[in-house]
Ligand binder design. Structure first.
Ligand code: ADP
Ligand code: MG
Length: 256
């Protein structure tokens, strides 16, 4: 049965999509069978895997709102072992349409329940908000992976993020856990980055991955080629870091 994980932080631009695309690509290279669900209307994860988001036949919207079997939405990517449920701007309307539905927080959990046996890991890329799509993700998963950018105000919004996790745990998903915290866009030349690492480690005691993702231009370039960095430039520091993170992720996930 797949472990289902949401990449979650309501702040935009912290490295959710970059982490989702690159960590899952590395896990797939290591032989794990992965499904990535893009639930952000921006569809950056979808295009990050080289899939044209305006050209897909079905998207996550069709499953969430119209009840289409998710198996009819899943597409192959160019990466062996890695499958994708695409998203596009159509999903923006789902936030409002969901409010009218019964069990509106449970929709995604129900949508994926029949495919959990088909994968080793299912990753969900959350939008940068605390709306119903994000709540649906937190209700559907076993754990959350939280990327935090090594920047000013890194911890800003983190208490709100933790409150949301607590609330979901208390009401709809008592088993929800923090999978781990990924520090991202680290710049070793600045004291600021080093301070942020310390602060985040203090806050999330024992939950922060040792692997830190550096700021690396290859990571920013790769999506415009529709490739994860491990295929775009396997020797780059960004590729090495995400491969290391994949190893650490597996070590951790397998003992817990
Ligand atoms: P989010 O999904 O949280 O909004 P993204 O992963 O899209 O964040 O990252 C925001 C921007 O920063 C993107 O343009 C992305 O290419 C870039 N970026 C993310 N991580 C890195 C990194 N480690 N080094 C350089 N650029 C990065
Ligand atoms: Mg994103």
């Amino acid at each position: 049965m797949a472990k289902v994980i949401a990449v979650f932080n309501q702040k935009g631009g912290v490295g959710k999509t970059t982490t989702n695309v690159n960590l899952t690509a590395c896990l797939a290279k290591k032989g794990k069978k992965i499904l990535v669900i893009d639930i952000d209307p921006q569809g950056n994860t979808t295009s990050g895997f080289g899939i044209n988001k305006n050209d897909v036949e079905n998207s996550i919207y069709d499953s969430i709102i119209n009840g289409l079997d998710i198996k009819k939405v899943i597409v192959n990517t160019d990466i062996e072992n890695l499958y994708l449920v695409p998203s596009n701007v159509e999903l923006a309307g789902a936030e409002i349409e969901l409010t009218k539905k019964q069990d509106r927080e449970l929709t995604l959990r129900n949508v994926i329940k029949d495919i959990r046996n088909d994968y080793d890991y299912i990753f969900i890329d959350c939008p940068p908000s605390l709306g119903l799509l994000t709540i649906n993700s937190l209700v559907a998963v076993d754990s959350v992976l939280i990327p935090i950018q090594c920047e000013y105000y890194a911890l800003e919004g983190v208490s709100q993020l933790m409150d949301t996790i607590r609330l979901v745990k208390k009401s709809l998903n008592p088993d929800l856990e923090i999978e781990g915290v990924v520090l991202s866009m680290f710049d070793g030349r600045t004291n600021l980055s080093i301070q942020v690492v310390d602060e985040v480690k203090k806050y999330f005691k024992g939950k922060v991955y040792t692997t830190i993702i550096p700021r690396n231009v290859r990571l920013a370039e790769a999506p415009s080629y529709g490739l994860p960095v491990i295929d775009y430039d396997p020797k780059s520091r960004g590729a090495e870091a995400y491969m290391e993170l994949a190893e650490e992720f597996l070590e951790y996930v397998e003992v817990n």
